[in-house]
Design a protein around this ligand. Sequence first.
Ligand code: ATP
Ligand code: MG
Length: 784
Amino acid sequence: MTNYLDQLNEAQREAVLQKNGAMIIIAGAGSGKTRVLTYRIAHLMKQGVDSFSILALTFTNKAAREMKDRIGKMVGHSEAKNLWMGTFHSVFARILRSEADKLGFPKNFTIYDTQDSVRLISAIIKEMQLDKDRYKPKQVLSRISSFKNSLITVKAYYNNSELQETDKMANRPRIGEIYQQYVDRCFKAGAMDFDDLLLRTNELLTRFPDVLAKYQDRFRYILVDEYQDTNHSQYLIVRALADKFQNICVVGDDSQSIYAFRGANIQNILNFQRDYEDVKIFKLEQNYRSTSNIVEAANSVIDKNKTKLDKEIWTDNSKGEKIKVMRTLSEGEEGRFVANSIFENKMNHQLKNRSFAVLYRTNAQSRAIEDALRKKDIAYRIYGGLSFYQRKEIKDVLSYLRLIVNPNDEEALKRVINYPARGVGQTTIEKLSVAANHYKKSIFEILENIDKVDLKINSGTKLKLQNFVTMIKSFQIEAQIKNAFEVADFVIKQTKIIKELEKDSAPEAVSKVENVQELLNGIKDFIDEQNEEPEDGTERKTDTSLAFFLEDVALATDLDNEKDKNEDSVSLMTIHLAKGLEFEYVYIVGLEENLFPSAMSMNTRSELEEERRLFYVALTRAEKQAYLSYAHSRYRWGKLVDCEPSRFLEEIDDKYIDFMTPKVSPNINKFINEDIFGDVPQDKVRFKKPVQRAIIKPKSKQKPKTVPKTIQISAPKNLKKVSNLNQNLFDSNITVGNVVQHSKFGKGEVVSLEGVGSNKKAEINFDSVGNKKLLLQFAKLKIL
Ligand code: ATP
Ligand code: MG
């Protein structure tokens, strides 16, 4: 390969060549921060730095894999494999694995995912007989999570009257007790949740100076991507590890800090200079990702934020098309707009699906987009929903596997103790749980000693429980001689899980069976990957044990389990998940007040600024073209609500924007799209007044291949529809006091109005029949 240093600009090269010391690269989106980290690692290795002594922390495991792959190409794959690279959670889970006993945890501790944590908290709330509407398990978990990420232990919580006061004010005075219970129960189950992976690492590094020294010596070079989104716990880990050699390089962009709600602290960037000696600061100012229109539009938006570091970003790239803004009537129409536009761009520019991404503020918005893409037969993939491993049927199988590795795992045990059904009822499980708490043992330990404790469980049930214990123990014996795949296969057969799933005749049941099979395939792949011969013939330690597989699964996000790297689908994800990624064409949907910016983040300047940064992140994902859309009404929480365009649309300087919406009534657009033309893109539709005839005329700039140039609509059937619609249009303008004509009731006066959109009703005082409430959609009123 050509000299890799030639693939960098001067500022980037300088940052790569600066070998030792503390350095921070603060730069705008798309300026090559991640590229610098990647090249820096390759360069260190070329300079003879041992790959085992480099630690790189990334935002997703996928990012780590891509980085490793790139480095592998530059310095050889087998060397690159030795790098310590991954998310904070995965790297420190690995370290905790070998040090857990120091903290009183088993080495094969379980990692609870969010689902497990929520279930445990729900159980605690129930056992404490608290009101679950006041103590909502998810909210309680996020409160506990915020304590952990600020290193506030239970003891520290009780020493902090301010925190306790806050919970009292929020009408949740017993948070401390739940926190205590939760921590105890996790400990007893030999389980750590995601936050524990950081909290316990901190504990390990502070309580055991020899352990700290060991890892300080191991990680001579530390690099952190997306530093602006590290929380306090992560910050402390990095600081402790880097303290000895101070070879630390962090990169970030304060304008892309979007995780404050999860405890990320932008101060970490600002304080960096204070924390290390002789910090070198690098700035990258050239954007290589996007057209100049996009770069400048993004700059014009982020300029509105008061809190930000001073930095410029410019690009040599061509101007490109303006950002297109689309106004739509409903979320359904928005979905169709996106699908049509993707289809058209694919045709016009011969593109693959993977060139496109649709980004939204909340996961709920994906449904309308999905519907429209499906109708157009465009393959898509949603990121950030329930991951494969969190599906019920998969979690059930995994729970058996987790029990084999760690029988104290309470959440796993509760899932499968009566699945497939073996006659163990809820009351029995509750009795076991109470006993476990009383004796300070795990449920499994109680089960093992079921004869010695008086639980008032009848002998029939007792026998069933003993059989369950025997079964799990027999699995454990198998696990000693078999690899992960063989064990899983054995467990699935012995427990008859597939048969259980096949009993269900619902159509989804078939896919559940397939999913379980897919899980087996996944385990097989995992083993094959582990056994892969390094290209240069060197020996590599392989680990195909169940525990290792389970750890991999626990830390996998669904951004990670791409089945096939060459998969060709449109990416659908929240903006939060899109950080660091890039796509040629990006659609940002739902640009409406209360949705984006979110209704929950408009109370303070700092919240609003975070939403604006989120918009900046979204916009700067686009390489060639960005589309923004909003709807006039949308279903939210089951209700149709009227929406206003987002303030962010106004904040982009006009000169970078092109409004696509034709200047006709929104109702007519809806009609055109749905009823007459199906898939004709809206911007190709113009109306001649009066509304009896539609002419489809492409805008001259765009070169549609799929749409005929002009179509006259003259069919009487359509004419009729148009005139009905005309009538409806009229209705939506009705106000109190209007005198109206109804086909059956005659003349009347509008007394009041209620509801919105298709639910809008008017109360009318008719001369003939008195007061009547009518749904405007159907009333066909004429204003006189
Ligand atoms: P973000 O802030 O979104 O994380 P970033 O600063 O990490 O962005 P990169 O992802 O590293 O930016 O780079 C953006 C794009 O520009 C990538 O496609 C990268 O390959 C390309 N790029 C970066 N530097 C150069 C360069 N010197 N020459 C050519 N392409 C470059
Ligand atoms: Mg990056």
